[in-house]
Design a protein around this ligand. Structure first.
Ligand code: ATP
Length: 398
């Protein structure tokens, strides 16, 4: 199997830099997700890995082997497309077997009678039929091997496309938004299928998506891109808990992280009229850093509280009931929020609470902040503030 290393990979199209100086390394058997909004360069990066797009500069290594100058066929990677790309005139069995037939391709395979017999012979050979049979079993396709793609559902077609990639037994599976044509329910079950497949097949997977839920649930590593530049590379947990900047903070998590303007004062954080004592890990970040910060708070770190110390006053703007939890939008009286998006009101924070909330619009409430997972960002650069290294010289301005 294979480790992947990208070393300062760049791709330009005319004056447009689609992928800008991306470096990362994943060991064998990792599930790498390339994540980001539309146009961020994730498909271009995947296509460069596959050899379908050339690199403008930088290097791609598979294990110890440099592959960026090799043709796609020499890279030992299988590509699964969003559009399935099945052959409509072939049965499921033939679609899955096709890559194995192509391995032994001779020009006379094109001849109708002789070619047809030769292909069938390969298909029926014990090695091939055994491998195809096992693949079909893993993907629950055994019952539909003699059907044609047009008679299958979207999810079944995507499973055939996966089967066709699997029989090649490649070192690396490359997948470009393979679930985006499926409805929400099917996406969820196919997501689980692909996670299981990764465990069973064991290869290195590289998976492109713009859906952060897919990335968080499927990936063992996520590379989050924006305008061709990698914003953060890490495990889903690292990225969720320690977003590198406000873009990452807002992109990962539903509803997104709240960003509220705050001020650091002597071991405390002031937000609007509220003053909150900082726990040691946040006091360490505050030490030596600028006074004005953006305070990043996940919606589940906020709760509706009774009147009291250490709470912020506000009014309910909207309550959404999403099955097992409620999303409550609260307009804070004295605080200012940043990075509002379309549909979000001024000074509004989102709070998630389990169960069916009885709150209604315009109710007066107080909001409590659990500071455990709170992070601070610079309002100027958007970068996350980190504790100053021990022994560092204090900033002249502090
Ligand atoms: P999406 O999720 O919409 O597919 P993406 O993140 O996969 O987007 P890419 O398809 O990699 O993005 O495109 C990145 C940028 O490069 C875009 O601005 C796109 O317009 C540009 N681009 C991609 N391919 C070409 C090309 N062949 N010629 C010119 N520009 C291109």
């Amino acid at each position: 199997m294979a480790s992947i290393k990208l070393d300062r990979v760049t791709r330009t199209f005319g004056t447009k830099t689609a992928v800008n100086n991306v470096s990362l390394e994943v060991p064998d058997r990792e599930f790498l997700v390339l994540l980001g909004p539309s146009g961020c360069g994730k498909s271009t990066l995947l296509r460069m890995l596959a050899g379908l797009e050339s690199v403008s500069s930088g290097e791609i290594h598979l294990d110890q082997r440099r592959v960026d100058q090799l043709p796609p066929s020499a890279r030992d990677m299988a590509f699964v497309f969003q559009s399935y790309a099945l052959y409509p005139h072939m049965t499921v069995r033939r679609n899955i077997t096709f890559p194995l037939i192509m391995r032994e391709f001779k020009w006379w395979f094109h001849l109708p009678i002789v070619g047809g017999m030769a292909k069938r012979k390969i298909e029926e050979s014990p090695n091939v039929s055994d491998l195809v049979g096992r693949t079909a079993k893993i993907l629950a396709l055994t019952e539909m091997m003699d059907r044609f793609p047009r008679t299958l559902s979207g999810g079944q077609r995507q499973r055939v496309a996966l089967g066709r990639a699997m029989v090649r037994q490649p070192q690396v599976f490359l997948m470009d938004e393979p679930l985006s044509n499926l409805d929400a329910k099917l996406r969820m079950s196919m997501r689980a299928e692909i996670i299981k497949l990764h465990r069973e097949v064991g290869g290195t997977f590289v998976y492109v998506t713009h859906d952060q839920v897919e990335a968080m649930t499927m990936g063992t590593k996520i590379a989050l891109l924006r305008d061709g530049v990698m914003q953060q590379f890490g495990t889903p947990r690292e990225i969720y808990l320690n977003p590198a900047n406000t873009f990452v903070a807002r992109f990962i998590g539903t509803p997104p992280m709240n960003l509220i303007e705050g001020r650091l004062e002597e071991g405390a954080l002031r937000i609007g009229e509220g003053v909150f004592a900082l726990p040691p890990h946040l006091a360490a970040v505050a030490h030596g850093n600028q006074a004005h910060v953006l305070v990043g708070i996940r919606p589940n770190s906020l709760t509706i509280a009774a009147e009291g110390e250490g709470t912020l006053a506000g009014k309910v703007a909207l309550v959404e009931h999403v099955g097992a939890e409620s999303v409550i939008d609260v307009r804070l009286d004295h605080a200012t929020t940043a990075h509002r998006e379309e549909g979000e009101g001024r000074n509004e924070v989102m709070i998630t609470e389990s169960g069916y909330s009885d709150l209604r619009a315009n109710d007066t409430v107080r909001v409590r902040i659990d500071l455990t997972d709170v992070v601070f960002f610079s309002p100027d650069s958007g970068l996350r503030l980190r504790p100053e290294p021990r022994g560092a010289t204090p900033h002249p301005a502090s």
